[in-house]
Design a protein around this ligand. Structure first.
Ligand code: HEC
Ligand code: HEC
Ligand code: HEC
Length: 431
């Protein structure tokens, strides 16, 4: 991280030390409006479109603190550099964006610069929103300006030195940010381009599914290769997808609309609010998203039959007195916990996805399993029946035994390297 920071600082130096801070502050303030625009001044159809687009950008997920008013900010977003609090984007004139002109709002979305000219942290995904058309930004502006104003100032950010110095973001932008609207690829069809526009822009799928470098910049040539996000692992969506049964367009469509898919499993953690908001989008748009994502998975061999046979052979039955399967003695404590706490639901013949078919158990990172066992599952809106209780009461040792057993029983992949580290990290997260 230090090395990257140095590179950033050298880049800053290249611009000239004296000039840097002046250059970094070159974005002026855009004059505030005299008063918030009257909600009636916005076309109703535009507001309606803006509502749907705002849902696709999950604005409400980040900009609402638990039990706080929608869009009023205050949710702390953890980053490797500290916590950044989402701002109030209701039209309150003093604490929100009520006095922001459309031009100021557009500049924030496209360039990551606040109305007063300060740099915004890229936890606000302007590196994706820069792709969004002016028309779509206008609709989102109309929607936000017609929402109920809430008077609330979020807490100050908690960032260690030097990350609290916003001007340094000019160096970050220079290295990692490319401003510019989405450009369709004429070699691809309309659905693919629509999907690309949605995924790369408002949907910002890459912000959780594409790995970042030590300075938090997206690694562009590893798009959708999987990433760590908020103590979870954003599963790889490229050809390295760990899903034992390859994703198809229909399976992705169903997963994104219902929040679960019979042969792949359920959306969990940070993916749950995503599917909850996608469920209201046009089906043709979700199909386009699916087509775009799937285009990163070409060349995956289809070994479905084999994966299903393996899953079937590993399902457990918990009939009293059933023989304990042959296994490494080190796995027995985990097996005992599974039979006692999990097998009632996750056993052969249940209507749930066999664990052996999920990316959760087959992926390269144990975090998602630990998170799900620790916190249980709040199922997506469209799959309400699928709840799972939390098992946070287990000791670290029990959790570790269980997680190691799950991997050995339900996956043919190598054991996870750092189960204890994942458990420590998940259990130390603030909630
Ligand atoms: C992943 C979380 C996240 C999402 C999703 C998100 N934001 Fe933000 N947004 C933030 C954070 C954090 C900040 C504060 C950044 C800072 O202080 O530098 C912010 C800042 C902003 C600002 C600047 C406001 C100000 O007072 O400076 C605007 C405008 C904004 N967001 C609009 C939106 C809109 C519109 C959407 C949906 C299309 C959206 N955001 C989605 C996290 C998010
Ligand atoms: C009361 C029922 C219930 C119990 C008990 C239960 N689960 Fe679950 N679990 C569920 C449901 C429902 C789902 C979602 C399944 C689906 O979508 O097919 C789930 C999903 C999961 C997943 C995610 C699978 C995926 O789709 O990615 C894991 C991992 C998991 N459970 C592990 C466990 C473990 C380990 C235990 C025991 C400590 C346990 N569960 C106990 C109901 C239960
Ligand atoms: C806020 C972070 C976040 C965003 C934004 C996000 N995802 Fe996810 N996604 C995750 C996490 C974390 C997981 C792993 C947990 C789980 O299985 O639900 C996941 C899982 C998935 C899966 C399941 C993969 C598998 O093999 O089981 C798919 C498919 C997916 N996301 C697609 C998308 C698409 C498409 C978008 C953009 C429209 C998107 N995600 C946006 C965090 C995110």
């Amino acid at each position: 991280m230090i090395l990257r920071l140095l590179i950033g600082l050298v880049a800053a130096l290249a611009v000239g030390v004296g000039g840097f801070f002046g250059w970094a502050a070159r974005h002026g303030s855009i004059a505030p409006l005299a008063a918030p625009p009257a909600p009636k001044s916005f076309d109703a159809a535009l507001v309606e479109r803006g509502k749907s687009l705002a849902a696709l950008g999950y604005c409400v997920v980040c900009h609402t603190r638990s039990d706080g008013p929608a869009l009023a900010g205050g949710r702390g977003l953890p980053t490797p550099f500290g916590t950044v609090y989402a701002t109030n984007i209701t039209p309150d004139p003093e604490t929100g964006i009520g006095l922001w002109s459309e031009a100021a709002f557009r500049r924030a979305m496209h360039e990551g610069i606040g109305r007063d000219g300060r740099h915004l942290y890229p936890v606000f995904p302007y590196d994706h929103f820069t792709k969004v058309t002016d028309e779509d930004v206008r609709a989102i502006y109309a929607y936000l300006m017609t929402q109920k104003p809430a008077r609330y100032t979020p807490p100050a950010n908690e960032l260690g030195f030097p990350f609290g110095v916003r001007q340094l973001l000019a160096g970050w932008n220079l290295l990692f940010f490319e401003s510019g609207r989405f450009v369709p690829d004429p070699k691809r069809d309309e659905a693919w381009n629509r999907g690309a526009y949605l995924a790369e822009g408002l949907g910002h799928c890459g912000s959780c599914h594409t790995p970042r470098n030590a300075m938090g910049g997206l690694i562009k040539d590893r798009k959708f290769a999987g990433a760590t996000i908020e103590g979870w692992h954003g599963t790889a969506l490229d050809a390295s997808s760990p899903a034992p049964i390859p994703w198809t367009a229909d399976a992705l469509l169903n997963y994104l609309l219902d929040g679960r898919e019979a042969q792949h499993g359920i959306a969990a953690g940070p993916m749950t609010p995503v599917v909850d908001l996608l469920a209201d989008q046009e089906e043709s748009d979700i199909a386009a998203l699916a087509a775009y994502i799937l285009s990163f998975q070409t060349g995956r061999p289809d070994n479905s039959a084999d994966a299903k046979a393996f899953a079937e052979s590993r399902q457990l039955v918990n009939t009293p007195g059933a023989a304990v399967p042959d296994m490494d003695p080190a796995l027995r404590p985990g097996y005992a916990i599974f039979m006692q706490s999990c097998a009632n639901c996750h056993r052969k013949g249940e209507r749930f996805t066999p664990l052996a078919l999920t990316s959760t158990v087959n992926g390269p990172d144990p975090r998602n399993v630990v998170q799900i066992v620790q916190h249980g599952l709040r199922p997506p809106r469209a799959s309400r029946g699928f709840t799972m209780p939390a098992f946070g009461w287990m000791s670290d040792k029990e959790m570790a035994d269980l997680v190691r057993f799950l991997r050995a029983q339900f996956s043919r992949n190598a054991p996870w390297a750092d189960v204890d580290g994942a458990i420590r990290e998940v259990r130390s997260q603030r909630h």
